[in-house]
Design a protein around this ligand. Structure first.
Ligand SMILES: [Zn+2]
Length: 555
């Protein structure tokens, strides 16, 4: 069985490019199999989404709600070490399948699978620590190719197209090296370049919500094409007629032109507070604020003055950023009088509850009233340009997630009316920094140049014996991926997985043959039970990781 991830592949963009004849290999796969959209997790970001693909469970059961944990103690713990549910790969390894994965996001530190695991995005650096067993790392290290660059996602080299092409080819090359040495019954790999191209170029190459406006000669289309070409090579080399092939993405790409500064909103509403600064610090903060204002002012002036030299102004923006960042870092949340704080980029809110959070002050009996107050506040946020509400709906965490770890996630999530709104949240950066609180005048601000972020519409495709040819599937969920793999292997689906096998993709005969069986849950994982020590990024690794996330616009 061959499983292929395309991080960030958007359903609507993929469909459009397929219709334009740009993705012949994916189109052929969809033609001889079944394909359709898949709903990403809330929020639609890589760590919860990929963890859901790998476990068949929602974040409430696997405990991964975003890049960083919502408590200070676990902030430096990599995602895979925070995952509390068994992966499909572990389960299949235990059943005796030879299982290998290469370049999957959020698999660092790697699991000791039956064949191998080489971690992708979020692994700190190209070192023996990213692979199990070490031989897998050596194979890549000793090859005449720069596998280290697979983990580098920041500013591209001089020729962006060549760089994308080369990184897509590295996935095929690594697959060849690893599968020659470690034959597998189930193998999964992943391409990171589509997400990378979205973050770098979608804004200048597509009109929001209009995939048909995508520049077919642009970088984004080029990334999709490069991946399609490599998928063709991988299928030629490793898929026989009896092989099941599945393609999946974790989320799609969308364009954002409004930032919502919920921290400012919460601060003004008295829900959130800064630590009172001592006299000395107050002076330093005052100076920092002045510098940050000047930096933002200069940045805007440069952008206006030199619109045709956008590339020239980028280094200026980068140069000014430290002044804003250092100012943000000097602002510390005072949890002793903070009731609720926004969290993350997708309208998440966390209450500061006594007995649950380290410095919690909200009494459990007051949570209900606070919930009502914050919900009303969020629903009152309007777009200053359009005069319409920003948020359609504000849901409780328990309405979105189920499972033992729901309390570790957001207490409320405000779902934006359109994809164009993004929450800014600087606390992801350091744990205590607040962004642009008083250099940004409005709570909802239009950003001059659109930036690209994630959509909820991911892609799914399956082909192989007994799969209905040319079938268009209705929307499924990422949770359905792992149960579908198990069902096609004629294995039982653990009863605590949230997803269900995608039976619509299967012919009647296959359905009879592969009857869905539910089995007892796989053992859950506690801290450090992955077979590797409970990994923690070193300070240098964490800095490097943050730099990479910043390069993608996450921070
Ligand atoms: Zn992703």
């Amino acid at each position: 069985m061959l499983l292929i991830g395309i991080d960030g592949a958007d359903y609507r963009i993929t469909r459009w490019l397929m219709q334009q004849g740009c993705l012949p290999n994916l189109a052929e796969l969809a033609c001889r199999g079944a394909w359709g959209p898949m709903r990403s997790t809330v929020p639609p970001v890589t760590p919860p989404a990929w963890t859901t693909i790998m476990t068949g469970k929602n974040p409430g059961k696997h405990g991964v709600f975003d890049f960083l944990a919502m408590n200070e103690a676990e902030r430096a713990v990599p995602v895979a070490a925070r995952r509390r549910a068994a992966t499909l790969f572990r389960g299949l390894s235990d059943m005796g399948y030879r299982v290998g994965t290469f370049n999957l996001p959020v698999t660092y530190p790697p699991e000791p699978l039956s064949a191998f695991q080489v971690a992708g995005f979020t692994a700190p650096q190209f070192s023996p620590a990213i692979a199990w067993p070490e031989r897998a790392f050596e194979l890549l290290r000793d090859a005449p190719a720069d596998f280290a660059s697979l983990l580098e996602l920041t500013a591209p080299g001089r020729d962006e197209r060549q760089e994308l092409q080369r990184r897509a080819e590295l996935v095929t090359l690594g697959t060849r090296l690893l599968l020659e040495h470690f034959p597998c019954d189930v193998y999964m790999t992943n391409f990171q370049v589509v997400d990378w191209a979205h973050h770098h170029a979608l804004a200048r190459e597509m009109t929001p919500g209009k995939p048909e406006s995508l520049d077919l000669r642009g970088l984004v289309a080029h990334a999709y094409r490069a991946v399609d070409e490599q998928i063709g090579i991988i299928l030629d080399e490793w898929a026989t007629e009896g092989t099941y092939v599945m393609v999946v993405s974790d989320h799609g790409g969308a364009l954002v032109d409004r930032v919502v500064n919920l921290e400012k909103l919460f601060l003004e509403a008295g829900l959130l507070a800064y630590k009172p600064a001592d006299a000395e610090r107050a002076v330093a903060i005052g100076r920092g604020r002045a510098r940050a204002r000047t930096a933002v002012g200069l940045w805007r002036w440069y952008k206006e003055a030199m619109p045709t030299f956008a590339r020239l102004t980028a280094p200026v923006a980068r140069g000014l950023r430290p002044y804003v960042t250092s100012y943000q870092k000097s602002l510390v949340v005072d949890w002793s009088c903070t009731l609720a704080a926004p969290w993350g980029l997708y309208g998440q809110v966390r209450f500061n509850v006594a007995g649950r959070d380290a410095e919690g002050i909200v009494r459990p009996e007051d949570v209900g009233a606070l919930r009502t107050q914050v919900r009303e506040l969020l629903l009152s946020v309007t777009d200053p340009v359009e005069g319409r509400p920003v948020y359609d709906e504000v849901l409780d965490g328990s309405q979105i997630y189920t499972g033992a770890y729901v309390a570790e996630g957001p207490d409320l999530v405000a779902l934006a009316r359109e994809e164009r709104y993004l929450t800014v949240c600087g606390r992801m950066l350091e744990g205590d920094a607040l962004p642009l609180i008083d250099v940004q005048e409005q709570i909802v601000a239009a950003v001059e140049s659109r930036c690209d972020f994630h959509s909820y519409e991911a892609v799914f495709c399956v082909a192989g014996p007994g799969i209905e040819a040319g079938k268009r599937l209705p929307e499924h969920r990422l949770e359905d991926f792992a149960p579908t793999v198990l069902c096609l292997l004629a294995e039982g689906v653990p009863s605590d997985m949230d997803g269900r096998p995608i039976l619509e993709a299967m012919s009647e005969e296959l359905r009879k043959h592969k009857q869905v069986r539910f089995v007892a849950p796989w053992p859950a994982l506690g801290d450090g039970e992955q077979g590797t020590p409970h990994g923690v990024y070193t300070e240098a690794e964490r800095d490097a990781m943050e730099e990479r996330l910043r390069g993608l616009g996450y921070l």
